[in-house]
Design a protein. Structure first.
Length: 177
């Protein structure tokens, strides 16, 4: 078993690798990781370089999966998770980091063969644009355009019409129960 301080040091190294190195073309492979778990439509675990990282797909917010016994998950949450898993599970992806969130997850854009998976989730109607503050350097315009197109086409979550509740509002309602 590794001492806790060693694990913390590795996390710091991973953050540095995923945040800074992918922007340097010659060092881009340092941001490559194999996805070994999909938690939901916007969170994954990946491994590479002898470490594991948890990545929160930045710029998107997918329907919530409930882990409380007897409580139903949000509509489209399982479809969102399955879609993301179908795209990237057990595949090597590139992670472009934008810092960390309050849960110590890397905020990242996931690329597979040059395709932005975060945008893919919005375009499929299985996530909405994140409504909070965007991290420095993340261009939200492509995310907003993808959401408009998905909503116009009534894809996924947008097929619910007036019955749709954003993940942010759904989480808020769950906390009040």
């Amino acid at each position: 078993m590794r001492p806790p301080f060693l694990k913390a040091k590795r996390i710091q190294i991973v953050v540095l690798l995923t945040v800074f190195l992918p922007s340097l073309p010659a060092l881009a492979p340092a941001g490559q990781f194999k996805v070994n778990r999909v938690y939901d439509g916007d969170t994954i675990r990946a491994s590479g370089h002898d470490i594991e990282i948890v990545v929160r797909l930045v710029g998107i917010d997918a329907p919530e999966i409930t882990h409380k016994k007897g409580q139903a998950s949000q509509a489209y949450s399982q479809k969102s998770k399955k879609h993301l898993a179908g795209l990237i599970l057990n595949k090597t992806v590139e992670v472009k980091g934008y810092g960390m969130d309050r849960y110590h997850r890397i905020l990242g854009v996931i690329f597979l063969d040059g395709k932005n998976i975060n945008l893919e989730m919005i375009g499929a109607g299985l996530a909405e644009v994140y409504r909070g503050k965007a991290p420095h350097g993340l261009d939200m315009e492509p995310f907003q355009k993808a959401e408009i197109l998905a909503e116009q086409a009534k894809k996924g979550i947008w097929s619910l019409g007036d019955k749709y509740v954003s993940p942010r509002e759904w989480r808020k309602a769950q906390r009040q129960k």
